[in-house]
Design a binder for this molecule. Structure first.
Ligand code: HEC
Length: 247
């Protein structure tokens, strides 16, 4: 009998999740400009101030970052290193994994490759959609990553927002609740447009960290195109020269 009940419960699971969860929140498009050094620098500053307490960038070195985003080693030492690390070190943090597990239930992941793993639109949406949810351990939930174990670490900047739901019928005719947007219930130190811009900078930085070679590749690409254009002209003139007497 127990087995039958269990089997029925398992069969009913998908229906339950449809009834409660509705559809996922749509991803926002991250307005990032990978050529803007100013944006990358602002993103780096946000990262070391607000994220590095919990997240590391184990595959990125401070001095490599300095060079790529247009800072000197001195500027990085003075403004971006708080952990006592040397400028040639990788961007590790001091948090012990075992302690982190106790605090959050999960170890905050290293973020070096997160932009490649999840995509920039996901990251942008994730950072903008923390919302008040008293049923969660840290009092917040997230639209892009439901039941995420991360607190809303940027609430002082963004303020706190409440979810706005709409009821509608899904494909099977069930009434479902869908998260359609947010309402700011407590303002932060930044206005909503300022906060969005800052999150674009932060995502821009994470995207750079995931693929530092990209900036270099684009620079090289320009020279390659110029070379090909020049080569085309030379070959064309040569061809004319060779065929001159044939016609
Ligand atoms: C107080 C600690 C803490 C701070 C500070 C923090 N995070 Fe997290 N973060 C976490 C934890 C814990 C998780 C794991 C959540 C989970 O898997 O449920 C996480 C997960 C993530 C993820 C992964 C989401 C996914 O889909 O797997 C991203 C991206 C992220 N954090 C970005 C950031 C950024 C950007 C900042 C700085 C603005 C930041 N975090 C600051 C604790 C923190």
């Amino acid at each position: 009998m127990k087995k039958i009940i269990l089997a029925l419960a398992v069969l009913a699971l998908p229906a339950l999740s449809v009834a409660s969860g509705g559809e996922g929140y749509h991803l926002l498009t991250a307005p990032i400009d990978s050529h803007s050094k100013a944006s990358l620098q602002r993103g780096a500053k946000l990262f070391v101030n607000y994220c590095m307490g919990c997240h590391s960038l184990e595959h990125q070195r401070y001095n490599r970052m300095a060079r790529d985003i247009g800072l000197t080693d001195e500027q990085v030492k003075e403004n971006l290193i708080f952990t006592g690390a040397k400028v040639g070190d990788t961007m590790k943090n001091a948090m012990r994994k075992s302690e982190a597990k106790g605090w959050f239930g999960v170890v905050p992941p290293d973020l070096t490759l997160i932009a490649r793993a999840r995509g920039v639109d996901y990251l942008y949406t994730y950072l903008l959609t923390f919302y008040e949810d008293p049923s969660r351990p840290f009092g917040v939930n997230n639209a892009a990553f439901p039941n995420a174990g991360m607190p809303h670490v940027l609430w002082e900047l963004q303020g706190m927002q409440k979810p706005v739901y709409e009821m509608h019928k899904n494909a099977e005719g069930h009434e479902v609740e869908t998260l359609t947007g947010f309402e700011l219930v407590k303002s932060g130190s930044m206005s909503p447009p300022q906060f969005k811009e800052s999150m674009a900078d932060l995502v821009n930085f994470l995207s750079y960290v995931g693929e530092p070679i990209k900036l270099e590749r684009q620079r090289i690409g320009v020279w390659v195109i110029l070379f090909l254009a020049l080569a085309f002209v030379v070959f064309y003139l040569l061809k004319k020269e060779y065929w001159k007497d044939v016609h």
